[in-house]
Design a protein around this ligand. Structure first.
Ligand code: FRU
Length: 499
């Protein structure tokens, strides 16, 4: 089916403020690049099926990071293989020679996956290919010299190229997942690539294969100090099972990445089960580091009860580095663009919450999609505030913080259908110790919770499948005493429907 065909976006569990394809299977975001006023989003796509298969790059564009226009499939499999994940850049000085001398070409890098080679028992069935566009990403020409990076060492998992320009070295850099390592390559012209280094042995989590690297500098607390951030998605081995994205901070010298933390340290960009393969946009004009991730998990993503499509992306996230308690941590925020979707603001009043029940305080709530910003004062060491989203029929999602255990969580076990996969965990947990006040910022869609605590120092993303719309919100305490402090709730306008 042509994904540009108009979809209804009114199906059960269809998210209303998140990107999803009109129909068929989607996984990772790919080729994210800003050019000529448009944010491009390509994505792993299997047209005509709601499970993974020979991969194409689907395509959509947005001017505000929220509303998306579906475009025809950009890249299709060819004789070298299916089109796996990758990235795209603009080549303003036409170093590649692929431009027409007027507008900078867009150059996309992807992994060719040769399924026949894999079946035949070869180990070099993943190679890196290139395609370019001279018409603002509308059509793509595969480079005749593909693959631009063959797999000489025969590494079975050799994929997901992330390319960027590194001014100090005067070179293009490619970060590539290679087994459970990242390899780095340099190129003067995007066409010839030379290996320069490798990172990963003994560092971080190795519970599964490493996928979808990203590497970029960010200021610490707004600057002038700067650190490089290396993102790596890992599957399986995530903190709540299955897929998740870890990160490292350190230094990049143009050749390799040098981590500034102890090798055994493991840090998660998001603890939730449904934030995977996240990478960032290239060439964002205002310098923000904007990430988007696949909001699902390889453990059960192909079984979730949606039709005729499967999977959505997270909201775009603005990444930053903040020094917190002596550590430099990667923080998530929702983009300021989101405010344009807000409607019907509801102030939330301060109220004492003593242990009674977990729904003691009904709150004004416009029903999903909605945004919440509120704080809890934690007055005893065992304080355990919860927010309960529920349906009149009793389905519920709980968002809670258990001070005694030092844990932030989303409990979706009683939301509705959960029996489609034994690997779909009911409770998503993040270890976290709040101070005297816990600040929460959440976007609640019709089937997802993106929860940021304390300015995004902790992020937890989880899907849910509601048995009936969760139209009610209340706050309460499961233990201890605390106070709901001032806050706001907003209805968010659907990005797919008028109103
Ligand atoms: C991550 C991933 C990538 C690969 C793509 C295939 O989810 O496994 O490593 O390129 O999906 O669709």
């Amino acid at each position: 089916m042509n994904p540009a065909a108009t979809p209804a976006y009114t199906e059960p569990h269809r998210l209303q403020v998140h990107f999803s394809p009109p129909s068929s299977w989607m996984n990772d975001p790919n080729g994210m690049v800003y050019a000529q006023g448009e944010y491009h989003l390509f994505y792993q796509y299997h047209p005509g099926s709601t499970v993974w298969g020979p991969m194409h790059w689907g395509h959509a564009v947005s001017r505000d990071l929220l509303h998306w226009e579906h475009l025809p499939v950009a890249l299709e499999p060819d004789a070298l293989g299916a089109i796996f994940s990758g990235s795209a850049v603009a080549d303003p000085d036409n170093r590649s020679g692929l431009g027409d001398g007027h507008t900078p070409p867009l150059v996309a890098f992807f992994t060719y996956h040769d399924a026949e080679g894999e079946r035949a028992g070869r180990s070099d069935y993943q190679t890196q290919g290139l395609a370019y566009s001279r018409d603002a990403g509308r059509t793509w020409i595969k480079y005749p010299g593909n693959p631009v990076l063959p797999n000489r060492a025969g590494i079975r998992d050799f994929r997901d190229p992330k390319v960027f320009w590194h001014a100090p070295a005067g070179q293009w850099i490619m970060a590539l997942a290679a087994g459970d390592r990242v390899q780095f390559f340099q190129s003067p012209n995007l066409l010839q690539w030379a290996f320069t280094g490798e990172f990963g042995a003994g560092y971080g989590s190795h519970g599964g294969v490493w996928e979808c690297p990203d590497l970029f500098p960010l200021p610490v607390d707004g600057g002038p100090e700067e650190r490089w951030v290396l993102l790596l998605s890992i599957n399986p081995g995530g903190p709540n099972g299955g897929s998740a994205t870890q990160y490292f901070t350190g230094h990049f010298d143009g050749q390799t990445f040098i981590c500034d933390g102890p090798p055994e340290q493991v840090r998660w960009m998001d603890y939730g089960p449904d934030n995977y393969a996240g990478v960032t946009w290239s060439e964002v004009p205002d310098g923000r580091r904007l990430l988007m991730a696949w909001m699902s998990n390889w453990d059960y993503g192909q079984q979730v009860p949606t039709s005729p499509w499967r999977s959505a992306m997270t909201l775009p996230r603005v990444l930053s580095l903040r020094r917190i308690g002596g550590e430099v941590l990667l923080c998530n925020a929702f983009p300021e663009e989101l405010a344009a979707l807000r409607a019907d603001p509801q102030p939330l009043q301060t109220a004492l919450l003593a242990r009674e029940d977990f729904a003691a305080l009904p709150l004004p709530y416009p029903a999903a999609p909605a945004e919440l910003e509120l704080s809890f004062g934690l007055e005893t060491a065992d304080a355990h505030p919860v927010l309960r989203l529920s349906s009149p029929e009793g389905h519920q999602v709980l968002i809670g913080y258990d001070a005694a255990r030092g844990e932030l969580y989303i409990d979706r076990s009683c939301a509705g259908p959960a029996d489609f996969s034994a690997k779909y965990p009911g409770i998503a947990r993040a270890p976290y110790r709040a101070g005297a006040v816990l600040r929460l910022h959440a976007v609640l869609d019709t089937g997802s919770v993106e929860l940021l605590a304390d300015g995004g120092a902790v992020s937890l993303t989880a899907l849910y499948f509601a048995g009936a719309p969760l139209t009610q919100l209340s706050a309460g305490m499961l233990a201890g005493q605390g106070r709901m402090l001032e806050g706001s709730a907003w209805r968010l306008r659907s990005i797919w429907q008028a109103g």
